[in-house]
Design a binder for this molecule. Sequence first.
Ligand code: NDP
Length: 295
Amino acid sequence: MSGTKIDGRAYAQGLRERITKAVAGLPKQPTLAVVLVGEDPASQVYVASKAKFTVECGMRSLEHKLPADASEDDVVALVRSLNEDPECDGILVQLPLPKGLNSDRVIAEIHPDKDVDGLTETSAGRLSLGKPGLRPCTPTGCVMLAKDALGDLSGKHCVVLGRSILVGKPAALLFLEQNCTVTIAHSRTKDLPAVCREADILVPAVGRPQMVKAEWIKPGACVIDVGINRVDSIKNPGKTRLVGDVDYLPSKKVAGSITPVPGGVGPMTIACLLRNTVIAACMRRGWDSPEILDF
Ligand code: NDP
């Protein structure tokens, strides 16, 4: 018997449809501002894709492009002007910034009410204190997919593999918020396979291609693979392909449900960013947050 494939693309599309409905019911269109510094090709693709989906969901997208040689003060000045702009509901600074620019300083300038990436210290503090706030996008997407696969997560043992600020730590706190019993494993964890085998929900966020083997997975567990790794293709020499942190095909035979890479957690990140933009607009403008966006 084989586990169910968790279709992140389909879930993200459904979420975008809910966002579109929610936006249509708001008194005014929310606006997302995206700041892109430099000409990194991957960042350009991400920004274009964010803008496209923002508009598709009925919101306004503002793109602010600064040259690669922009100074840190230039970027900070732009963020400050967006903080002041009453029409701007969400600010996203596309990372990584060009070498020499301190992304911590730039992120710290984003007003917490407009922090749709959930990366400021205030957002992290609110998450850690269990107070309402804007939650990081990829970890929120992980919880949504796990809830969709399993229903109520209460009491389930969730093992998060990785403790980064961007993914691992917030994912652990978000699963805790769902009343899971949470273990955070990392590079110093002893006997990682044994720790992973304890998991009802396993969330690898490591960045090591196919590190998690089928033998590490408890039969029937839900596996939410955050890893995105580019490796050489065996079928097409000279080409590359994307794989997750999990050895997918053998693991699918053991897991109860599992996300593929690509097509699992990846598509959830932008959908959750759009959801955060609606939530930010509602919080700041004093509108009721649409229930249709709950999960
Ligand atoms: P980081 O490199 O910041 O963190 C990796 C974490 O994995 C660290 O906490 C590290 O532990 C841990 N780790 C590294 N090696 C091992 C090991 N051998 N055994 C156990 N733990 C280990 O990565 P990110 O959190 O930013 O990203 C993780 C993955 O998720 C990447 O593949 C990235 O591409 C992907 N990603 C996907 C997104 C999406 O789907 N949209 C968004 C963001 C990230 P320690 O702290 O001890 O060093």
